[in-house]
Design a protein around this ligand. Structure first.
Ligand SMILES: CC(C)(COP(=O)(O)OP(=O)(O)OC[C@H]1O[C@@H](n2cnc3c(N)ncnc32)[C@H](O)[C@@H]1OP(=O)(O)O)[C@@H](O)C(=O)NCCC(=O)NCCS
Length: 168
């Protein structure tokens, strides 16, 4: 895949939902979603989601939403970069650009959940916290036994913030 700068980042639309669904399905260890779920993300939540395209091909996606009862917190659901484009800063760039959108002006915290074994995801969010100069706290979100009936790794909750630099 080419240089990061030739990759176009934009608000998803319903026309992206199916390609997003396929990219996620091809990107373990992410949980695959229904196409319908990704279509809702690309439409109702487009302001907090991000698509990345290179030469008409979808190469990256971030899904996020403002937590309804805590709208000062952006929850990042999934981040994915096509395998050939990893390690070049695209995931970091997509997250930064979501945070720079007007809807995130009043965000004080970013939360996400990560399984203990997902090293690339830990590295991505630790680097983001460092670059934002923000604290990172880890707690338990969902437990393997209690919440997944033993069928899925536990999910740790990462909370990054508060953000003091609103200009990021
Ligand atoms: C996680 C993922 C989105 C990272 O995308 P990416 O574009 O390669 O990430 P970046 O290039 O922006 O890297 C951000 C930081 O993480 C580090 N990193 C990325 N992948 C890594 C890996 N496999 N091992 C260790 N560190 C890694 C980078 O070195 C960088 O840190 P640095 O600035 O200190 O060098 C990508 O690997 C992916 O799509 N994985 C499959 C899906 C997934 O697990 N998503 C995350 C869970 S929601």
């Amino acid at each position: 895949m080419n240089d990061n700068n030739t990759i176009h980042l934009y608000h998803p639309t319903s026309n992206d939902g199916f390609a997003v669904n396929r990219l996620i399905a091809e990107s373990p260890p992410l949980d695959a979603n229904s196409a319908y779920c990704n279509l809702l993300q690309c439409t109702h939540f487009t302001d907090t989601c991000m698509c990345a395209k290179l030469d008409e091909e979808l190469v990256g996606f971030v899904s996020g939403y403002l937590i309804p009862s805590r709208p000062e917190t952006l929850f990042v659901w999934q981040v994915v970069v096509a395998e050939a484009g990893r390690g070049k800063g695209l995931a970091s760039r997509m997250l930064r650009e979501v945070l720079q959108r007007p809807i995130c002006n009043k965000i004080d915290y970013l939360e996400t959940t990560i399984t203990p074994s997902n090293e690339s995801s830990w590295a991505l969010f630790k680097r983001l916290a460092e670059n934002l100069g923000a604290e990172l706290n880890v707690s338990v979100a969902f437990e393997k036994k209690e919440h997944f009936h033993g069928l899925h790794e536990s999910e740790k909750l990462l909370r990054i913030g508060p953000f003091y630099n609103k200009h990021r």
